[in-house]
Design a protein around this ligand. Structure first.
Ligand SMILES: *Cc1c(COP(=O)(O)O)cnc(C)c1O
Length: 392
């Protein structure tokens, strides 16, 4: 097997799909025309490799699926029109009425909304667990559990989970293990090798990497792929050809970009540790961060998103901090080339298994700009913050 940097350049580039060019064409199609019944039947049987109908895939999507499957050491990949569609469809594929679905308390909030408002409606019992529970989860699990959902690090609060311990407890009761691996990507956390059955990516983030498309994927092992494919197909899930193309294009440069995101984010995280108004920096690569030892054990890198906790619960001061930044723009999402800032004042409202008692949280997505410019931008933000607090 080649090294990762080589694989990411070469994966998914079959001549049958690229027709000899470096990249596959973008197929805008619904209907495929066949010359014979035999040809039509053969295409239908291999619809994740041969075009049979637009919804079932084209050489553009086959190439991206094949690349993600290869790079994740998986059995197959299904694409979705967004990351949220990927995680929710994966949950729906394995949950059943009368069973329990366990979800990490630190999960992406829309995932939680889907569980509470859609899964629950179909008679699935939704239970949240402490993301840092580790092997202790086995005491909560029984043979009525169908799915265990993890996200590591958790959204906003950045807890790293003990994925192998939780996965083995889940497998002991025959549950399917689904991980949202968007932050680490398959390159900084090898999900399937750590016991995950279905690894979900909001490709919208680092893989697309340029804030210009919505796209999701679920990559599964041999145990889970058939169910995932059938159930996603039954839901009519597929992604638009231009977005799929942008995902494939972004993938080729992902490792180069991640290295820069990683380096700048770590520099900024360390700088933040020296700021007097910062109560805590939650970056998995920093000693003392929640789950840091697990990050060291299981991950091969850190990406560009992390958060920090401010000392003061002062709305006007936080607003002054995040408004008027020159480089860190205020916006949802992350993973593009540009830096972003977000703030969260009411985390306690989106937790049920654990309590969030620390102060307001600011999350940064550290982009590809010069790191000194980014630090200067943050220094000015702290000055604005300080000025509001001192005027009180
Ligand atoms: C953004 C995000 C998603 C959803 O992805 P979309 O493409 O925006 O639907 C899912 N999980 C995590 C962890 C995310 O950050």
């Amino acid at each position: 097997m080649s090294k990762k940097d080589t694989e990411i350049v070469e994966a998914g580039r079959r001549k049958a799909w690229t027709l000899g060019s470096v990249n596959p064409p973008v197929f805008h199609t619904s209907t495929v025309i066949f010359d014979s019944v035999a040809e039509m039947t053969a295409a239908g049987r291999k619809s994740h490799e041969i075009m049979s109908y637009g919804r079932r895939g084209t050489p553009t999507s086959f190439a991206l699926c094949d690349a993600l499957t290869t790079l994740s050491g998986a059995a197959g990949t299904v694409l979705y029109p967004s990351g949220l569609a990927a995680i929710t469809t994966a949950m729906l594929a394995f949950a059943k009425a009368g069973t329990k679905v366990f979800i990490a308390d630190s999960v992406y909030e829309p995932t939680r909304y889907f569980a509470d408002h859609v899964l629950a409606k179909f008679g699935v019992e939704v239970i949240y667990y402490d993301p840092l529970i580790g092997a202790g989860i086995s005491k909560m699990l029984d043979d009525r559990v169908s799915v265990v959902v993890l996200e590591s690090p958790g959204s906003i609060t950045m807890e790293i989970q003990d994925v192998p311990a939780i996965a083995s407890a889940a497998h002991a009761v025959n549950a399917t293990v689904i991980l949202d691996n968007t932050w680490a990507t398959p390159f900084y956390f090898d999900a399937l090798a750590h016991g995950v059955d279905v690894s979900v990516q909001a490709l919208t983030k680092y893989v697309v990497g340029h804030s210009d498309a919505m796209l999701g994927s679920a990559t599964a092992n041999a145990r889970a792929i058939d169910t995932l494919r059938r159930q996603s197909g039954a839901n009519g899930q597929c992604a638009g050809p231009d977005d799929v193309y942008l995902g494939l294009r972004g993938l080729r440069t992902l490792l180069v970009r991640l290295a820069r995101h990683q380096e700048s984010a770590l520099t900024i995280a360390k700088w933040l540790q020296g700021q007097r108004r910062v109560a805590e920096v939650r970056h998995p690569a920093l000693p003392g961060a929640p789950g840091h030892e697990l990050w060291r054990r299981d991950f091969t890198g850190a990406t560009g998103v992390f958060s920090f906790v401010l000392e003061e619960e002062n709305e006007a001061a936080i607003t002054a901090f995040v408004e008027g930044m020159r480089h860190f723009k205020l916006g949802f999402s992350w993973g593009g080339f540009e830096s972003l800032v977000m703030f969260y004042r009411h985390l306690s409202r989106i937790r049920t298994a654990t309590k969030w008692t620390a102060g307001p949280v600011i999350r940064l997505q550290v982009g590809l700009e010069d790191v000194d410019d980014l630090i200067a931008d943050l220094a000015d933000a702290f000055a604005r913050y300080e000025a509001v607090i001192e005027n009180h």
